[in-house]
Ligand binder design. Structure first.
Ligand code: ADP
Ligand code: MG
Length: 702
C-alpha cells in the first residue's frame, strides 16, 4: 500500500489551514486571533465556526459530534450527540450551533471527583479549548467530530486533567514573561511549554491475549514463569521490525497522520515485543491531547490487525517495563526556545537563569514531581530495581556541569567546553564535531541539548499529570526570582548573584553518574534527597501546606481540588490492587489449581498403568514429579486462602490512606506469595496442561 503522507497529514483535523479555506475571512481572522491570544471566543464567530465545522464533518462522514474530555480516570471520555434537528414535517435539518460548540453539559456524574460533587450535584460542564483543534475520529464502524474540551463542575471546580494543565500553562506564561522583560525582551507576548512524549508499548497476539484473564482485566500478567530466554541478548533493541508489526505500524502511522499527529520515529525497544513511538513536540495541551489519541489509536489499530497493545507499565515481571519520556521546554511565541543554551552557554545569562530556576524547582519540589509519575503500574518500575530510580535527580551533562561548577567556584563562568572531533579510525567515515555532551540514560530528569527529559512518567499516564506539576513548580520559582530581580538596583549584579546562589543551594540534585547503582541510593540519602518508593507514599505530597500554597497562589488548584485529587489517587490505587487480587484468586482457583490436579491425576494414572503391567519398571520420576506438584499445590492453596482473607479485609476498610497502605503492604504481599508456587507449578506441569499461554508464547511468538 502506498501512502501519500502529504495528502493524509492532518486531513481529519479542523486545523488552521482548513479554517482559512472554509471560513469567511473576518471570521477566520477573529478565530485565529482568539487562538493566538488564548482568549475567549466571540459567540457570533462561534456560530459561524460551528456551522462550517459541521459541514466539514458531514463531508467526512460524521453524523455525531462529541465534547471530548479527560476525566480523572486518565483516559478520554465522550458522549455522542447527533447533528439532527427534527422538523414538524417529519424531516430533519442538520444543525450545530456555536453554543453547542463551546459548551456542553454531559452530566457525567459517575466519573471520580474525589468528593467534589455528590451524585445529586450532577451538573458538569465541558468547555471548548479552542487552542487544540477539533478533529474527526474515524473507526471502522463510526466517524465522529471531536471537540477537545475542559470539564468542570457547576461551581467551576476542575473535574479533569485538562483544566489544571491549561491553568498551569497560564501560570508559567505570566512568570516567564516577567523574566524576559527583565532581560529587555519587550516583544514576546507569551511563553508556552513544548512537550514531546515518547511512548513505549508492547504488542502481543490477540488470540493469546484473550486466553489470559490477567491481561484482560488488569493489563498485566499476574502469573508467569520466566522463559528460557528473556531480554539478556539485547537482540530485540532497534532490531529489524517483523512484518506483522510493520503492518501494524503502517496503519497506526496513517491513523496518527490523519489526526495531524506528527508520528516521527518508531523502533523496537529493549524488551522483546516492546516498541516505541515518538511524535515531534507540540504545545503542551495539544501534545497531551495527541498522546491520549496515540494510546487510544494504538489499541484500536492493534485490535484491528489481530494484535493487542499493552500500555501497562509492567506487563511482564522480570522483563523491562514501559515508560513515557516527557520532553519539556519553554518557548516564546516568537519561537525562542528558553532551554536552548546556544554554542556558548557561559555567556547566555538568560538561559542560565532559566536553567537555575528548573534546577531549584526540581530540588525544592522533588516530592511533587515524584508524585506526578505515580501510578499503581509504575510502582513496579520506580525504585523496584528497574529504571529509572525513585530518587529525583538532574543530569546536566559535561558542558553545563562545567559551566555550573565555574559559577559555584568563581561566581561566574568564562568558558564552555566544546564537542571534540569525532574519530572512528576509519578514513572513509565522515568527520564531524561531536555534541558537547554525551547522554545519560539512567537519569530521571536529564538535560538533552535544548530540553529536559522527564523519564519517570508511566506509559499509561496522561502527560497532563507531570506537566501540571512541572509548569507550576517552575512558575513558582520564576515568580520568586522575578520578585527579587524587579526590585534590584543593579540587575546585572543581582542576576549573577542569583544564579550563583541558586545553583550552589541546589547543586545536591545534580547527578551525572549511574542512577541505577546502589552507590547512588546511598549517596542520595547522604545528600538528603527523598527516595519515595511507592505511590501510597507519594500521594501525601499533593496536600502539604507548601503544595497547597503554591497551587493556590498560581491558580492551578484550590485546596479542595487537591484534596479531591489525593482522594481519587488513593481510590485508584486500592481499586487497582483489588481487581488484581480478585483476578489472581479467580485464575488460581478456576484454572491453575484444577489444571495441576489434572496433571497430577495423569501422573498417578501413569504410575498405576505402568505398575499394572507387572513389569519391574521404575516409576520414581512420576512419583517425584507428583510430590513436587503436590507440595506446590499445597503452598498455592494456602497462599490463595490468605489472599482471599486479606482482600476481603481490605474491602471492608474505609477508602483513603490506610486502605491504600493495607493494599500495598498486605494484599500486594499476599499476591506475591501466591505467584511464587504458581510460577513453580508452571515449570513442573506439562505445557499442554497449563491453562494459558506462557511468557515465551506471548513475547517471542508475536
Ligand atoms: P531523544 O533525545 O530521546 O533521543 P529526540 O531528540 O528525537 O529523542 O526527541 C525526543 C522527543 O523530544 C521528540 O518528541 C522531540 O520532538 C522532542 N523534542 C525535541 N526538542 C524539544 C523541545 N525543545 N521541547 C520539547 N520537546 C522536544
Ligand atoms: Mg528519550
Amino acid at each position: 500500500m502506498k501512502t501519500n503522507v502529504k495528502e493524509i497529514f492532518g486531513s481529519n483535523v479542523f486545523n488552521e489551514a482548513t479554517m482559512k479555506e472554509r471560513l469567511p475571512k473576518p471570521a477566520y481572522k477573529k478565530m485565529k486571533a482568539t487562538i493566538d491570544a488564548g482568549a475567549e471566543l466571540d459567540p457570533e464567530v462561534a456560530d459561524i465556526v460551528a456551522h462550517e465545522m459541521k459541514e466539514w464533518a458531514i463531508e467526512k462522514g460524521a453524523t455525531h459530534f462529541t465534547h471530548w474530555f479527560q476525566p480523572l480516570t486518565g483516559i478520554t471520555a465522550e458522549k455522542h450527540d447527533a447533528f439532527i434537528d427534527p422538523q414538524s414535517d417529519g424531516t430533519t435539518l442538520l444543525r450545530f450551533s456555536g453554543k453547542e460548540l463551546i459548551k456542553g453539559e454531559p452530566d457525567a456524574s459517575s466519573f471520580p471527583s474525589g468528593g467534589l460533587r455528590a451524585t445529586c450535584e450532577a451538573r458538569g460542564y465541558t468547555a471548548w479549548d479552542c487552542t487544540s483543534p477539533a478533529f474527526i475520529k474515524e473507526t471502522p464502524h463510526f466517524t465522529i467530530l471531536c471537540i477537545p474540551t475542559a470539564f468542570c463542575s457547576y461551581k467551576g471546580e476542575a473535574l479533569d486533567k485538562k483544566t489544571p494543565l491549561l491553568r498551569s500553562m497560564q501560570a508559567l506564561d505570566v512568570q516567564a514573561i516577567r523574566i524576559l522583560r527583565l532581560f529587555g525582551n519587550k516583544t514576546a507576548q507569551h511563553v508556552t511549554t513544548s512537550v514531546g512524549p515518547e511512548q513505549e508499548y508492547f504488542l502481543v497476539d490477540k488470540e493469546k491475549y484473550l486466553k489470559r484473564k490477567d491481561l484482560i482485566f488488569t493489563g498485566r500478567t499476574l502469573f508467569g514463569a520466566m522463559p528460557p530466554k528473556g531480554q539478556e541478548m539485547d537482540d530485540h533493541y532497534f532490531g529489524t521490525i517483523p512484518e506483522r508489526i510493520l503492518g501494524f505500524m503502517e496503519k497506526f502511522n496513517q491513523e496518527m497522520w490523519k489526526l495531524g499527529i506528527s508520528a516521527k520515529t518508531q523502533h523496537n525497544e529493549v524488551a522483546p515485543a516492546q516498541h516505541e513511538i515518538a511524535p515531534i513536540y507540540d504545545q503542551n495541551n495539544v501534545a497531551t491531547d495527541h498522546n491520549q489519541l496515540v494510546m487510544e489509536t494504538a489499541q484500536r489499530v492493534a485490535d484491528e490487525v489481530g494484535l493487542k497493545c499493552l500500555l501497562h507499565e509492567k506487563p511482564f515481571a522480570g522483563i523491562n517495563g514501559s515508560g513515557k519520556h516527557n520532553n519539556w521546554s519553554m518557548v516564546t511565541d516568537e519561537g525562542e526556545n528558553l532551554m536552548d543554551p546556544g554554542k556558548t552557554p557561559h555567556e547566555n545569562m538568560q538561559f542560565l537563569l532559566f536553567l537555575a530556576a528548573v534546577i531549584r524547582a526540581v530540588d525544592e519540589h522533588a516530592d511533587l514531581l515524584r508524585l506526578s509519575a505515580s501510578t499503581p503500574g509504575n510502582d513496579h518500575r520506580l525504585g523496584a530495581n528497574e529504571a529509572p530510580p525513585a530518587i529525583i535527580s538532574i543530569f546536566l551533562g559535561e558542558q553545563l556541569d562545567d559551566v555550573v561548577e565555574q559559577f559555584v567556584d568563581a561566581g561566574e563562568a568564562t568558558s564552555s567546553l566544546e564537542g571534540e572531533e569525532y574519530v572512528s579510525g576509519v578514513h572513509s567515515l565522515p568527520h564531524f564535531k561531536k555534541d558537547a555532551t554525551d547522554r545519560n540514560r539512567t537519569s530521571p530528569f536529564a538535560f538533552t541539548g535544548n530540553k529536559f527529559e522527564f523519564r519517570m512518567v508511566g506509559s499509561t499516564q496522561s502527560i497532563a499529570d507531570p506537566n501540571i506539576i512541572l509548569n507550576t513548580i517552575v512558575a513558582e520559582v520564576l515568580c520568586d526570582m522575578a520578585d527579587q530581580l524587579e526590585e534590584a538596583e543593579d540587575f546585572e549584579m543581582a542576576l549573577h548573584d542569583m544564579i550563583k546562589k541558586t545553583i550552589t543551594d541546589h547543586k545536591r540534585v545534580i547527578f551525572n553518574g549511574d542512577g541505577y547503582s546502589d552507590e547512588w541510593v546511598a549517596e542520595a540519602e547522604k545528600r538528603g534527597l527523598p527516595n519515595i518508593k511507592c505511590m501510597v507514599d507519594a500521594i501525601p505530597a499533593l496536600t502539604t501546606s507548601t503544595a497547597i500554597s503554591i497551587f493556590e497562589k498560581h491558580g492551578v488548584y484550590t485546596e479542595a481540588e487537591l484534596e479531591a485529587r489525593a482522594e481519587v489517587m488513593y481510590e485508584t490505587y486500592s481499586k487497582t490492587i483489588h481487581i488484581e487480587a480478585l483476578t489472581m484468586i479467580d485464575m488460581a482457583k478456576k484454572q491453575i489449581i484444577p489444571s495441576c490436579i489434572k496433571y497430577q491425576t495423569s501422573l498417578a494414572d501413569s504410575i498405576n498403568t505402568v505398575k499394572a503391567t507387572g513389569a519391574a519398571i521404575d516409576t520414581s520420576v512420576q512419583e517425584t514429579l507428583m510430590s513436587d506438584v503436590a507440595a506446590n499445590i499445597k503452598d498455592a492453596f494456602a497462599a490463595l486462602k490468605e489472599l482471599e482473607d486479606v482482600t476481603a479485609a481490605a474491602e471492608k476498610m474505609d477508602e483513603g490512606p490506610d486502605q491504600g497502605r493495607y493494599y500495598h503492604d498486605v494484599v500486594f504481599a499476599a499476591m506475591d506469595a501466591l505467584r511464587k508456587p504458581a510460577d513453580k507449578l508452571e515449570m513442573l506441569v506439562a505445557k499442554e496442561d497449563w491453562p494459558f499461554p506462557s511468557y515465551g508464547d506471548l513475547i517471542f511468538e508475536v
